[in-house]
Design a protein around this ligand. Sequence first.
Ligand SMILES: Cc1ncc(COP(=O)(O)O)c(C=O)c1O
Length: 446
Amino acid sequence: MVTIPKNIPYKTYLKEEEMPKTWYNVRADMAKKGIDINPLLNPGTMQPVTLDELSHIFCYELSKQELDNTNQFIEIPKTVLDFYRMYRPAPLVRAYCLEKLLDTPAHIYYKFEGNNTSGSHKLNSAIAQAYYAKEQGITNITTETGAGQWGTALSMACGYFGLDLTVYMVRCSAQQKPQRKTIMETYGAKVIESPSETTNVGKAMLAASPDNYTGSLGTAISEAVEVAVTQPNTRYQLGSVLNQVLLHQTIIGAESKAALEEYDEYPDEIIGCIGGGSNFGGLIGVFMKDKLEGKANPHFIAVEPESCPSVTKGEFRYDFCDTGKVTPLAEMYTLGYDFMPAPTHAGGLRYHGMSPIISKLYKEGYIDEARAVNQVDVFAAAEQFCRSEGILPAPESSHAIKAAIDEALKCKETVESKVILFGLTGTGYFDLYAYDKFNKGILANS
Ligand SMILES: Cc1ncc(COP(=O)(O)O)c(C=O)c1O
């Protein structure tokens, strides 16, 4: 049995008044160093997308945030802060029990973002996006969801503000996790399996492959955007990839940094899973500020699935953000807009591209490492984690756990007490089908 020291906290909750009041915009500091993100391109003209063009897809304020490369900090609106107070500050936990299990001298910390009904960090951006829509007088929102966490988060946010939400859910995830649909409907959303017959893009996909179409995030995005730009008073919202989403998620890193100060620690390594890059971008945000300013040099590790290796095997170039080619082009690491990942159980990591911010920081060497891990090893890490730390992790988050365990074991070899911080982005209660397969030894590797 592990004894948790009495003089050091097992987990740290900041006080509500200590919660950050601003989001951190890393692009401002990147620009100061000449690390500029190339603009989104309008696929029709191949010219940079204008604020006016973008605000036909997204709400006006969010479009402004998307294009803002200069303001370092952006104030969190009071209504959003008040909502955050219902489930934040999120705990920072010292994983003593995992450390003991691994017999490592490393100090492992995780920032737990799963303590809200959506079960993940996605609510941090969902509530902000729904707020700006409401402020603008928008009545209808469309979105896509892979794993279901983003769809649930946006359903909660739209339910809170009384907005009408349609969610295109990637078919294989919908079939793996039918209860996700029920939660979203309970919050008032309409859920449609993607590809569907409700859009031109969906019809074309189904016509091309009627019997065997598991869907992908790229396709679901196309469907949601198509509806948003063709229906009145409707805007599209996305739970990852975009600059605005990474911006909202910086609350994760800002809280982590403040909580680590209470332990008198600073991370040597910061690890996160990457689907479209939002939790990782949010976790590393203020630490990247330190790195860009030359104040500290934490080692950043981004972890992705071997089955969808957009950063480790993709190319850095302009590509569509969706499969149906209806979105602007972004410069990023990509496997190609038509890449169709295997129907693995980390639905939130099955995206062909990567956040332009993460892509650029990796390309320029500010993100030190990207690592691809396989599904069975990820579930084995999840098992070690839940049996020692108690929390059942989401398969997506377990990619970060796997890398954190590997790093902690290296510390055991080298006898180093490195401080390792990783993002525990969510819980795995809706992933029991996958856990069941793993328990029975029949989970495929990709
Ligand atoms: C629990 C969880 N973690 C991580 C991710 C990956 O998304 P992102 O890279 O945007 O953080 C998802 C996406 O759905 C998720 O649900």
